[in-house]
Every structure is written in C-alpha cells, then in structure tokens.
Write a protein that binds this ligand. Sequence first.
Ligand code: HMS
Length: 213
Amino acid sequence: MLENLKKELVDLHMKLVENHLVVWTGGNVSARDPETGLIVIKASGVPYEGMGPEHMVVMDLDGKVVEGKYKPSSDAFSHIYVYKHRADVFGMVHTHSNYATAFAAVGQPIPCVLTSMGDEFGCDIPCGGFVLIGDDAIGKEVLDNIGMSTACLIQNHGVFTIGDSARAAVKSAVMVEDAAHTVWIAKQLGSVIPISKENVEKLHYRYTHIYGQ
Ligand SMILES: O=C(CO)[C@@H](O)[C@@H](O)COP(=O)(O)O
C-alpha cells in the first residue's frame, strides 16, 4: 500500500544523504498520506545504502503498524504526535546535521540574522529542551517550541523539521543546516547583527507570497 509515497520517501531520504545531513542510519523522514491519513516512515536502523520501499513502515495515528515487515523509526511516535496536533503538517524530518546540531548541543537557538532565514523561516530557529528518545516526548517538545518556524532544534540531539509535504520538510532541513553553517562562521568573525522583526516579517512575506513562479 501507498507504494508511490514509499518510493518518494526513499528518494527524499537520499536527499538527506546528498545534502550531507545524515550518516549511516541517523535521521528519518515521514509523510502523511492526505487521502488515507496514514503515516509512512522509515524503518528503524536502516542504512541509507540499499534503502528501498520495503524499508518504509505504514502506521495509523494511533501508532499501530498497518503494513511493514520492520520495526518503525525510533521517532515514529514523535512524528505521529506532530501529525495528530498539526493538521497542516504532511511531512517531518529528523537529522543530526553538524552545524545545526552543534547549536542544539549548546542549547542555543539559531538567530535570524540572514535574509535567507527571514525568507525561509520568518523567525529564529528555536531550541527545545532535552528529552529522551522513543516515545512522543520529542514531538511534544518540538510543538511546544516550534512556533511559526518549520524547524526546531532539540537540545543535545538535533534537528526536527515539518512541512506541508515531506519534500518541504526536507527543504527546511537543508536550509537549517545552511543557515547554521553561515551563522557559525559569522560568529567566528564577530557579533552577528540582528534583523528587525519588521524586516524579518517583510522578508518572509515576500518569499512566501511573491518570490519564484
Ligand atoms: O536520533 C535518533 C532518534 O531520535 C536516531 O536514533 C535516529 O536518528 C535514527 O533512528 P531510526 O533509525 O529512525 O530509528
């Protein structure tokens, strides 16, 4: 079931590798099927090399495995928590991408000091507190902290992003790491210069309503 969505998710997992956001078995991507409401997520502990549709697990919003021969991702209940509490979310990504996760290691948000961050996020990228892995605690901490952002760091852990599609959530994960890298470099040069809230709002409006085709 949901074979096309499984194939899309495999491709999106490869995008995490292509963008150097994950290594070995770290990270995961999930999607909500708009027609059935079912969730598709990577199986736990599957290396990216050799990953195929058979490594995707279908679950319902009660956390029950509907189809799949492997155990679902360690983060499945957190992804499901987000889907249950955010009807607008149809994709979610988790990575340990280096620069953004370094901010998580020191419990710091990534300040919105780049126009590209204003465009993509419209705010700082927040950092939630430390929570353990395996149930829906991460999902709760993400939603308690994410605000209007599509990305949230979890202290000592890494990056969680959401979107109106799994592809949108992957894009957010790519943009978080790019922003974290630039902000880290800037911090070596001196004090980063904030952008006013008003200008961040104008940047975000332009990017989300006018930019592109
Ligand atoms: O960081 C965690 C869990 O949050 C890792 O275990 C995660 O990146 C990968 O776990 P899964 O292979 O999805 O179970």
